[in-house]
Design a protein around this ligand. Structure first.
Ligand SMILES: Cc1ncc(COP(=O)(O)OP(=O)(O)O)c(N)n1
Ligand SMILES: Cc1ncsc1CCOP(=O)(O)O
Ligand SMILES: [Mg+2]
Length: 204
């Protein structure tokens, strides 16, 4: 599983999930998560179906945040779970796809490792995108998680074009961003800039 630049869609800025996904797919992003906190299940199903179609067109991976039912309903490639979502060991039994989990410490990462496919670590830096985000773990906290587990680690939280190289130097296999792209004047250009940096560190 190749992760690289991992874009998480959001409708909290000025564009739709579909507009953002299409912009990043056009410039080469191939790992996308659908994350939505305010829509009804029916609305989410409709958007997720559109994202599934788009990601299939570009041979990209689609992950659904929080909702295993929705991931199954649209044939997503994976689901992302936080510490307050359904337990990953339960989901791994009922969902035959990629399962990623959010972690904030070495202890959480080690507990999840054998059940899941990638570990997300963060927030690395301060972020206002996630309501009630925990205290940042910093680059040192991220390094500790990377060196404690064998599964691929994705970094998240406050990552932008100015700090992404420091993040990549910790040995992560993926970098997840929302606002650096979704809140940009030009999401396509911002995704391209980030992708070029990521490729210098992570291309085979
Ligand atoms: C790649 C990635 N990492 C972390 C999260 C956060 O998940 P969670 O802690 O469940 O918080 P919400 O995103 O559901 O608010 C994520 N979505 N993706
Ligand atoms: C969903 C999530 N989980 C931890 S931080 C975060 C938000 C990341 O957004 P941004 O890239 O805008 O800081
Ligand atoms: Mg969640």
């Amino acid at each position: 599983m190749k992760i690289g630049l991992y874009f998480i869609t959001s409708s909290e800025f000025s564009r739709t999930h579909e507009e953002l996904a299409e912009a990043v797919l056009r410039v080469g992003v191939r790992f996308i998560q659908f994350r939505e906190k305010n829509m009804s299940a029916r609305q989410m199903f409709s958007v997720a179906k559109n994202l599934r179609k788009l990601t299939w067109e570009y041979s990209a991976t689609l992950i659904v945040n929080d909702r295993v039912d929705l991931a199954l309903a649209v044939e997503a490639d994976g689901v992302h779970l936080g510490q307050d979502d359904l337990p990953f060991e339960v989901v791994k039994d009922i969902f035959d796809g990629i399962v990623g989990v959010s972690t904030h410490s070495v202890d959480e990462a080690k507990k999840a490792e054998r059940y899941i496919d990638y570990i997300s670590a963060g927030p690395v830096f301060r972020t206002t995108t996630k309501k009630n985000a925990k205290e940042p773990i910093g680059l040192e906290g991220l390094r500790r998680i990377v060196s404690s587990v064998k599964k691929p680690v994705v970094a998240i939280g406050g990552i932008n074009k100015f700090n992404i190289e420091d993040v990549l130097k910790t040995g992560v296999k993926g970098v997840a961003v929302i606002s650096a792209i979704a809140n940009s004047q030009n999401p396509e250009k911002s995704a391209k800039e980030l992708l070029e940096i990521v490729k210098r560190y992570l291309d085979d």
